[in-house]
Design a protein around this ligand. Structure first.
Ligand code: CO8
Length: 260
């Protein structure tokens, strides 16, 4: 599949998706969001892909937000449609059923921070800056930032970030739980690839259920979420990979998971 604004690379069972508009710090215009939607759907179908890394081209920026050229001319109904379309792409990422690692190589602002939050895990370069600066444009977040940020860092810190619009450092993002780890900028992709390779050895169906249980479970009452977890546990108990994983432990050997 050919894209104007994305680069797709394969490294074993890892697919690396790079948002490639470095002249505008990888800002998300309509075309890029649409390409991202198509790429994610494609990766979902591809059984050879077990983990995805999402990053931005260049050294300066992951994604510096929605494209402000488009925001400047949006209409009220168009704005709502654009927000919903972006939210759907981010939902696809969150529910891909395979871990998506955001390798945050610089600015992750506005829609860029929202994109990173839709990923399963986040690794930040020590040079990265994260924030929701929409307020400085007379806007509010539109790709579910008002919802995912408080779920990740708590309502108080989310309110502060969204109301002030001030970006935070990678270290601060790590301290408040917005990113999983911070690494020297030069090590970012090596670290992300190593984590992806580690996850890529896991049983794919079990990973899919874990992502699903954590993300859906947060939206429903605790008792219902526990029932849901138990149902998924029953389903995973029917897989060849469960038999392989438990047998490998008892045989004192490494398991080989096939996704069956
Ligand atoms: N959109 C379009 N172009 C951008 C964007 C952007 N978000 N960010 C940077 N650029 C462009 C600049 O205009 C500049 O272009 P040019 O070279 O032609 O002048 C180029 O990228 C380089 O940027 P700067 O010269 O500004 O680089 P600096 O190092 O001086 O500053 C910053 C870097 C701090 C990241 C600065 O570029 C900046 O503040 N960018 C905007 C960040 C921002 O406000 N992002 C939030 C946008 S709103 C949003 O994301 C809402 C999401 C939900 C939308 C839902 C409905 C669609």
């Amino acid at each position: 599949m050919a894209f104007d604004n994305l680069l797709i690379e394969r490294d074993g069972a890892t697919a690396i998706v790079t948002i490639n508009r470095p002249k505008v710090l990888n800002a998300l215009n309509t075309q890029t969001l649409d390409e991202l939607r198509r790429a994610i759907l494609d990766l979902k179908q591809d059984e050879g892909v077990r983990v995805v890394i999402l990053t931005g081209a260049g050294e300066k920026s992951f994604v510096a937000g929605a494209d402000i050229n488009e925001l400047a001319v949006q209409t009220p109904t168009g704005g709502r449609e654009h927000a919903l379309a972006g939210q759907q792409v981010l939902d696809l990422i969150e529910n891909l059923g395979k871990p998506v690692i955001a390798a945050i190589n610089g600015y992750a602002l506005g829609g860029g921070c929202e994109l990173a939050m839709a990923c399963t895990l986040r690794i930040a370069a020590d040079t990265a800056r994260l924030g929701q600066p929409e307020i400085s444009l007379g806007l509010i977040p539109g790709y579910a930032g008002t919802q995912r940020l408080p779920r990740l860092v708590g309502a108080g810190k989310a309110m502060e970030m969204i109301l002030t619009g001030a970006p935070i450092t990678a270290d601060e993002a790590h301290r408040i739980g917005l990113v999983n780890r911070v690494v020297p900028a030069g090590d970012l992709m090596t670290d992300a690839r190593a984590l992806a390779a580690q996850l890529g050895k896991n049983a794919p169906i079990a990973m899919r259920y874990i992502i699903n249980a954590v993300s859906k479970g947060a939206e429903i009452p605790f008792a219902d979420a526990c029932q849901y977890e138990a149902t998924l546990f029953g389903l995973v108990a029917s897989t060849d990979d469960m038999r392989e994983g438990t047998a490998a432990f008892l045989d004192k050997r490494k398991p080989e998971f096939k996704g069956r």
